[in-house]
Design a binder for this molecule. Structure first.
Ligand SMILES: NC(=O)c1ccc[n+]([C@@H]2O[C@H](COP(=O)([O-])OP(=O)(O)OC[C@H]3O[C@@H](n4cnc5c(N)ncnc54)[C@H](O)[C@@H]3O)[C@@H](O)[C@H]2O)c1
Length: 458
């Protein structure tokens, strides 16, 4: 057995040498599975560095969009897609058999929560089964989807080995490298964000490091896949906990009539030991509301309690209720109106500013809470023309954004700014709507001074 293992290790070592040579001369073929917010920018980054790329997605409409060079992600232009398509070096497809032609397979499929708020690994396992049927010796499989520690070592490796008859880190290489994309952030792109790469075998680590170094300025190598998985969860739990803290501070300071935004601005002048986080109507996106619960779920297996992480989740998910209560109180005190039968406009439905992604957006429970109280709710979002169907918010599907003009705005009793997109002109809103609830500090100091009797911050 020891001899066999040694022979096999030599064979991965040979594969690794040839793989790294192909990466260096840009002939390595890259397969990206899942062409969403993570996978598509990654495919573009490899293309830009000179690699031929195969993009695989189960969603035939995405593949069709790419064939027609039509974008479905706001910050990715049709021109970039056209350049990639016209080069002849990009193959979008729904056919997993095309993975047989690639050297590296990078998995970027969703990792959401189930209805019971446990990790939903069905996308990863489904993808792994299809890869296994097409896996060949010498390939590198890298998982990028956010997940709990040991996913790559146990779940992914197991499926790939059983389905292919090949051995992980003997016949094929496996690595984990979490994605750190910050959609809509103009200061960082795929190339400039350092990337953590973990593998459990030196050759697999060398292959993954070489691959990612071709498109990323700084690769940070760690000694195992479980460490890399834990790094990603640590980063997102850090955000969740700090956002929960500042949300709680907001509630406290609101009661004391202290402006939490002014507090944060001043506290941020401390050059060490403080990092600003900002309150809001809750947390959203595909990561922060979800990823912490991948760790709490796994921790249960080890009998470890995760009170701090759970508490942060509770505080953050309570924020829409807080905003609804503050709005109802202000309507009562300032307008002598009840929420029932009032016309309420939610401004911004994307989960954060300047993106078109509304997954887990706190604006969604906000709308539902107002509706439960009998309000007639509409929304405006320059980037989200229509609400996409979602499991948790099925009744909101097909809602459409209103037009942003004074005539339409004048029909609302109250507006709640849930997302502070940069290019929204709030003046028509302030001129026409009697009460504007600002949950994001979106309104300027001058606007707050000029329309003080109409504005509430919550
Ligand atoms: N969006 C982000 O900013 C971000 C940041 C860091 C990490 N992540 C993580 O990256 C992963 C992907 O997230 P995303 O935002 O790109 O998701 P997404 O929903 O935008 O894209 C996922 C894509 O995978 C496709 N897909 C689903 N099942 C598939 C299958 N079996 N085979 C092939 N394709 C399949 C979907 O059709 C979709 O196009 C998740 O684990 C997420 O937590 C996302």
């Amino acid at each position: 057995m020891a001899v066999l293992q040694e022979q096999a290790t030599v064979s991965l070592n040979e594969h690794a040498r040839s793989f790294i040579a192909k990466v260096e001369n840009r002939t390595a073929r890259i397969g990206v599975i899942g062409l969403g917010y993570v996978g598509l920018p990654l495919a573009l980054a490899f293309f830009k560095s000179g690699f031929p790329v195969v993009g695989v997605d189960v969603d035939a409409s995405k593949v069709q969009h790419l064939l027609e060079a039509k974008t479905y992600i706001r910050h990715i232009s049709c021109e970039r897609l056209a350049e990639m398509r016209d080069s002849g070096k990009f193959t979008p497809t729904t056919d997993f058999a095309s993975l047989q032609t690639v050297d590296a397979i990078i998995i970027c499929v969703p990792t959401p929560l189930t209805v019971h708020r446990e990790p939903d690994m069905s996308y990863v396992t489904g993808t792994a089964e299809k890869i296994a049927r097409n896996l060949r010796p010498g390939q590198l499989v890298a998982l990028e989807s956010t997940t709990y520690p040991f996913t790559s070592e146990d779940l992914l490796s197991g499926i790939l080995e059983r389905g292919s008859g090949l051995l992980a880190n003997v016949d094929f290489a496996i690595a984990y490298s979490p994605e750190r994309e910050d959609p809509g952030n103009p200061h960082f792109d795929t190339h400039t964000i350092p990337k953590v790469v973990g593998a459990c075998a030196p050759d697999a680590g060398d292959m993954a490091e070489a691959l990612y170094s071709a498109i990323i300025g700084k690769v940070v190598r760690v000694n195992s896949m479980r460490v890399a998985e834990a790094v990603k969860l640590t980063e997102n739990i850090f955000r969740s906990v700090n956002i929960a803290l500042v949300n709680e501070l907001k509630i406290i300071f609101d009661k004391m009539d202290i402006d939490v935004w002014e507090v944060i601005q001043a506290a941020s002048t401390k050059p060490f030991g403080y990092m600003p986080f900002y309150p809001g109507p809750g947390i959203g996106g595909h990561c922060i509301p979800i990823d912490p619960f991948y760790l709490t779920w796994k921790a249960r297996e080890y009998g470890v309690s995760t009170r701090f992480i759970e508490l942060a989740g509770q505080i953050n998910s309570h924020m829409p209720d807080y905003v609804v209560q503050r709005t109802a109180d202000a309507m009562n005190d300032r307008l002598a109106r009840s929420v029932r039968n009032s016309r309420i406009l939610v401004v911004g439905i994307a989960y954060k500013k300047n993106v078109d992604d509304m997954r887990e957006s706190p604006a969604l429970p906000l709308i539902e809470r107002f509706q439960e109280k009998g309000a007639l709710v509409s929304y405006y979002d320059p980037y989200v023309a229509q609400v996409m169907p979602m499991r948790e918010h099925a009744a909101l599907a097909d809602m459409k954004s209103i037009e942003w003009n004074e005539d339409v705005l004048a029909s609302f009793d109250v507006a709640v700014i849930a997302t502070d997109h940069s290019d929204v002109d709030y003046l028509p809103l302030l001129k026409t709507v009697d009460l504007v609830v600002d949950t994001r500090n979106a309104l300027s100091g001058e606007q707050r001074a000029a329309f003080a009797d109409r504005i509430v911050r919550a």
